[in-house]
Ligand binder design. Structure first.
Ligand SMILES: C[S@@+](CC[C@H](N)C(=O)[O-])C[C@H]1O[C@@H](n2cnc3c(N)ncnc32)[C@H](O)[C@@H]1O
Length: 430
């Protein structure tokens, strides 16, 4: 009965964003849906101040700004910070006009550079992504962009040219993004220079068009590790709207690598592992080997977490110790985040966290319940969760919205995600 009722709701995933102006500039599968954020922030007055401590592609920041609400967003990934800020700023008519003139020069320069030995990124097995002929052309285009604008930089109209370049490299690659993670097509397609130029100009034109539409709110993305007590000033937020990483061993770095290497935000595989080690739930490269020896710094965590980790260890599978440590560290980091979030919250602040549950060797990890337990032990009030959607892969995998208030004694339950089917499932599960 359970599965018949709760739908997968692709409108509640990144797929919904593809054709929505700036939201569709660059896809990232862990991005959440604009619609979901809109439902959460529906009817908020413009003087509300939102925080998204796990910004990703800045969906929250951009939706807020589009609704005239201000937001701060945090992330630890420098590429995503650059991308997020580029999505949230306004571009003037004269800036865009100048950009178009510069791009004409870039295209001419690309043709001149195509037979030269241009810089190519240090991507492992790069021929799996692009054939030699395509690589030569996108290498020349990249060099022409660097000659014209320099490497990607914050708050500059040339970001539009670079974001278009990122789209181009993915659209000319053999990577397939039609499911949650990423895979490769069997063949790499060779492109001619004319095809690449016209594809690039087509992408740029679409991006420029949406960049020309002004947004009224102020949103910005900052380099902040959300587990740390340090922030960007004495700001206090009335709402936290976010989707943190899930405990499912999916590393953002895997999908972001091509963009990050081509734009020089990443240079080596080691750097990728280092970055993922800082990410909550990260497991790329060195992040996994470090996990073997990781020990908590002694913060008090809910008993329910100990029970789940114990069950994983009891499965006695080859990697049960590693997976137990993975789950432990994930919830440890999320607890630390929620603990250090408290001073940044206004009295009565409302938290909405979109999270997914997972399973390790048949042991169910109820992310929503474990986070609720952390919130309770940290003194939050009005704690609860609602089912948002069913995830596709396994029957028992769902996405939830975990909510809570800070220093609010009055009773509160959010109005969003109130479908009858979701309520029914919630009752059946617990
Ligand atoms: C699920 S994604 C967020 C997706 C986002 N809602 C969107 O629509 O694009 C989670 C983000 O959290 C970031 N992150 C992971 N650990 C972090 C930390 N310790 N501090 C700040 N951000 C972190 C990751 O880099 C990633 O961009």
């Amino acid at each position: 009965m359970m599965d018949m009722k709760i739908k997968q709701r692709s409108d509640y995933t990144f797929k919904y964003n593809k054709k929505l102006g700036r939201h569709g500039w660059l896809r990232l599968t862990p991005a959440y849906s604009v619609k979901l954020v809109e439902e959460i922030i529906d009817n908020l007055p413009e003087d509300y101040f939102i925080l998204d401590p796990f910004s990703g592609t800045a969906t929250t920041g951009l939706v807020a700004a589009e609704h005239g609400i201000s937001a701060h967003c945090f992330d630890i990934n420098p590429f995503l910070i650059w991308l997020g800020n580029s999505k949230c700023i306004n571009y003037s008519y004269s800036e865009i006009k100048e950009l178009k003139i510069s791009i004409d020069k870039v295209i001419i320069k690309c043709q001149e550079l195509v037979d030269e030995d241009n810089w190519l990124p240090n991507i492992h097995n790069i021929q799996r992504w692009w054939c030699e002929q395509t690589l030569k052309i996108i290498g020349a285009l990249r060099q022409a962009l660097v000659n014209q604008f320099g490497e990607p930089r914050e708050n500059h109209v040339s970001s539009l040219a670079w974001i278009s370049f990122c789209r181009l490299i993915i659209e000319t690659s053999s990577a397939a993004f039609n499911h949650v993670s990423m895979s490769f097509h069997n063949e790499v397609i060779p492109f001619e220079i004319e095809q690449i130029e016209s594809l690039y100009l087509e992408i740029l034109e679409a991006i420029i068009q949406s960049a020309g539409e002004n947004i009224s709110g102020n949103s910005s993305v900052h380099f902040v590790d959300s587990r740390e007590p340090t922030s960007i000033g004495d700001f206090q937020y009335s709402h936290v709207v976010t989707s943190p990483p899930y405990p499912n061993r999916i590393s953002y770095i895997r999908e972001l690598r091509p963009y990050m290497y081509w734009t020089k935000f990443l240079d080596t595989a080691r750097e990728a592992g280092e970055l993922d080690w800082k990410a909550i739930g990260g497991t790329w490269g060195i992040a996994t080997s470090r996990l073997q020896d990781w020990e908590s710094n002694g913060i008090e965590l809910p008993e329910s977490l100990k029970a789940v980790v114990f069950d994983i260890l009891q499965t006695k599978e080859k990697n049960s110790l590693l997976m137990g440590n993975y789950v432990w560290k994930y919830f440890h980091d999320m607890h630390l985040h929620l603990q250090n979030l408290r001073p940044r919250l206004k009295k009565g602040a409302v938290l909405s966290y979109i999270v997914g549950n997972s399973s390790f060797y048949g042991v169910q990890v109820h992310t929503e319940q474990l986070l609720e337990d952390s919130l309770r032990s940290l003194g939050f009030t009005n704690i609860g969760s609602k089912i948002v959607r069913k995830r596709n892969s396994k029957k028992e995998l769902f996405e939830y919205c975990v909510y809570a208030t800070w220093q609010e004694t009055r009773k509160y339950e959010p109005a969003y995600f109130n479908s009858r089917a979701a309520k029914q499932i919630q009752l059946e599960l617990f």
